[in-house]
Design a protein around this ligand. Sequence first.
Ligand code: PEP
Ligand code: MN
Length: 339
Amino acid sequence: MIIVMRPDATKEEVKHVVKKVEEVGLKAVLLEGTERKVVAVIGDERKISYDMWNVTPGVEKAVPILAPYKMASRELKNTPTAVPLDKGRATIGGKKIGVIAGPCAVENKKQLISIAKKVKEAGAVALRGGAYKPRTNPYSFQGLREEGLEYLAEAREATGLPVVTEVLSPEQVVLVCKYADILQIGTRNMANFLLLKAVGECKKPVILKRGMAATLEEFLLAAEYILTHGNPNVILCERGIRTFEDHTRFTLSLSVVPRLKELTHLPIIVDPSHGTGKRSLVNPMSKGAIAVGADGLLIETHSNPEKSMVDGPQTISLEEFERLMKELKPIAEAVGREM
Ligand code: PEP
Ligand code: MN
């Protein structure tokens, strides 16, 4: 439930409400709007009655949140959340579209830094690159691991761009947090609840990719795990789902973007690289994503896509990236956003 405070409620009255919630063993999350404060009650609500709030000083009303995901829902917070990437210099979820670009995997230092410089020049807000790669085939390149994390940190030093990288297991969270600014949970790990809890406990922003067979409710409940473990900075990422279609690697389901906007206040970005698996489709699907309201994009970009060690066929060149960024501008403006 959410407890809506009266506009004139005092600090003490708000504190008292939080205390009453915590006394019965539930979690109280204070949300401060411009006009009034609301206290979200998280946990088994049977421990608390709606009626008691009618007689609690400073309280206007208590209302149920019907969605199973509470903290992620629009019922709790009806204004979009902008997630700060690097201490707030860039955000995802504000007016400006946030594009994250870089290679699928970190391959070597020199190349990563030169890619980082180019994508920054073209307007990217963050650099991506996997140091630990979740590969279907155990014989495929698994990533440079900690060495890859070091290169990412050096690329940040060289460019000022925050860096995004995937974390595969709860045990890795502390190490990856030491180097990365933003953690990525991959599609294969969306339902790894121990990992979701672990990234919830670390305060770095998290890009949560939709499981390739997950419904939107399952997707939002996965986000809820992170939120309820203390991390409010969750960015949802649509990266395509498995269907009978075989003209693309996955089916990039763009209608989830406006639907998610109805259900959640969290920002939503789109990954047209994994979503299509085809380089030629990255440009048009990126435009489509921005047109339907995405807050950003995650794009695999490489100085020599043909030589990319992982996901080459869906990786665009630096020149194609630069062109795409220019072409997205009028589309962003047409939907009231900016690049
Ligand atoms: C990636 O971003 O390189 C990746 C492995 O993505 P996904 O988890 O969506 O397959
Ligand atoms: Mn990839």
